[in-house]
Design a protein around this ligand. Structure first.
Ligand code: HEM
Length: 191
């Protein structure tokens, strides 16, 4: 009896082990997606007051291993600083668009491999127009709902730094051409 039960038990255990193996998550194909997210309090999973000041959904751009999130703030002037993890500390989140009239700004965060767990952002909120001025620094956490990813036609904003890099190269080219021109004039006049 034991001899018959043991292989059966072994087979059941093997099947159970295979079934409980984690199914490899499909890697995301390159593209721009709309994704839902919430801002949670720094020390609990309750939704933070700051959540209302961030438009939903966010945009997520996937390019190979690189994942970048663009978030839109709707009371831009009040959130004077917004910082994200960088190296061992925090650094200003990159601003990719600003609309002073609408009081919005779009910030960009590198989130490679960070989407599974809420990740911290620091903010400094200053509101002068209140009767009692409001000036507080907070740490909240961004919780991205990876299951909510949807393809979208919403336009990804190319970062400002790309623009300034182009201007840097244009300026460098002008300086090189001007130097060659001056050098040619100098050597030409010596002959
Ligand atoms: C009229 C504007 C605002 C008023 C009257 C206000 C008022 C308050 C009050 C009374 C608290 C303490 C509540 C508590 O600890 O439960 C609080 C906490 C907080 N506020 Fe503000 N606030 C304002 C705007 C903002 C803005 C614009 C942001 C950020 C975008 C912000 C972010 C936070 C955060 C992160 C906390 C800590 C508690 C949490 O995460 O929920 N607040 N605020």
């Amino acid at each position: 009896m034991r001899r018959r039960v043991a292989p059966l038990l072994g087979a059941i255990l093997l099947l159970w082990a295979i079934a409980s193996l984690p199914v490899g998550a499909e890697p995301l194909s390159d593209g721009v997606y709309a994704v839902e997210y919430e801002l949670l309090q720094g020390d609990s999973d309750s939704v933070s007051i700051a959540n209302d000041y961030f438009e939903k959904p966010a945009l997520l751009k996937v390019d190979g291993d690189k994942q970048v999130l663009q978030l839109t703030l709707n009371h831009s002037k009040w959130v004077q600083e917004l910082e994200v993890h960088s190296g061992d500390g925090f650094a200003d989140a990159k601003v990719v668009a600003e609309d002073e009239e609408a009081d919005t700004r779009v910030v960009e965060l590198d989130v490679d491999g960070k989407l599974d767990e809420p990740f911290p952002v620091k903010m400094h909120v200053v509101i002068d127009e209140l009767e009692i001025p409001y000036d507080h620094a907070y740490t909240v956490r961004v919780a991205v709902d990876a299951d909510s990813l949807k393809e979208t036609n919403q336009e990804w904003i190319d970062s400002v730094s790309t623009g300034s890099t182009i201007w840097f190269w244009i300026a460098t080219a002008i300086v090189i051409v001007a130097t060659i021109f001056v050098a040619m004039r100098l050597f030409g006049s010596k002959k």
